[in-house]
Design a protein around this ligand. Structure first.
Ligand SMILES: [Zn+2]
Length: 200
């Protein structure tokens, strides 16, 4: 689905900071960071996950939809995302982890499938992607790092704009809802991601 707005300037012309969207940007003096550019009500649960992974240890950037409806209008695709605070934030970090939410329906190797469990991995920092995959698999999360449509292989992707580039995860809607409902499951996921960032 095409985005309503091509870039942040277009979005900001029709939406108000603090009423329609909200930005949280905290460097925490870390070289590593967690980002959710489609947070709040845009991609449910991605803000919550990013906050838990970052804790007090890693930089945190959230762009959150807080409209009463049609928050999907605030989705600016990761290669076009150019919110000015983000541009300043990302320059202070060398590795980034992007948290995203996908639909349960997906296209894998040309086939349309329904997959409510698998976390799709992408990003240009291959070692980091492999670390995330290992740490998630060890905690019984299904992952896929090839053949899906969220490989995030372009340098302009928000997760790849640091010196060492980065990784992103796309979590299906059903799994995100389960994570919000199950504290143990959520803490397993966040621990896997935190360990990966620490080791990256
Ligand atoms: Zn997203």
């Amino acid at each position: 689905m095409a985005d309503k707005y091509e870039d942040f300037k277009e979005l900001d012309a029709e939406n108000t900071d603090g009423k329609d969207y909200r930005i949280i940007s905290n460097n925490r003096d870390s070289t590593k960071c967690v980002i959710a550019p489609h947070g709040g009500k845009i991609e449910k649960a991605t803000s919550e996950i990013a906050k838990l992974v970052a804790g007090d240890a890693f930089g945190l950037y959230l762009f959150e939809g807080i409209k009463t409806k049609a928050n999907i209008d605030l989705h600016i695709t990761s290669t076009n995302f150019d919110e000015p605070k983000f541009d300043r934030f990302i320059k202070k970090h060398t590795v980034a982890l992007g948290i995203h939410g996908r639909k349960d329906k997906a296209e894998v190797k040309g086939n349309c499938i329904e997959d409510k469990e698998t976390i799709y991995l992408g990003g240009l920092n291959k070692n980091f992607v492999e670390l995330i995959q290992k740490n998630l698999n060890e905690r019984n999360f299904n992952t896929l790092s090839e053949g899906h449509l969220f490989l995030a292989r372009r340098g302009e992707n928000v997760c790849n704009r640091t010196d060492k580039q980065g990784a992103q995860i796309e979590i299906p809607l059903t799994l995100r809802e389960n994570l919000l409902a199950d504290e143990r499951l959520m803490s397993d996921l966040c621990e896997a991601l935190r360990m990966s960032l620490t080791e990256a």
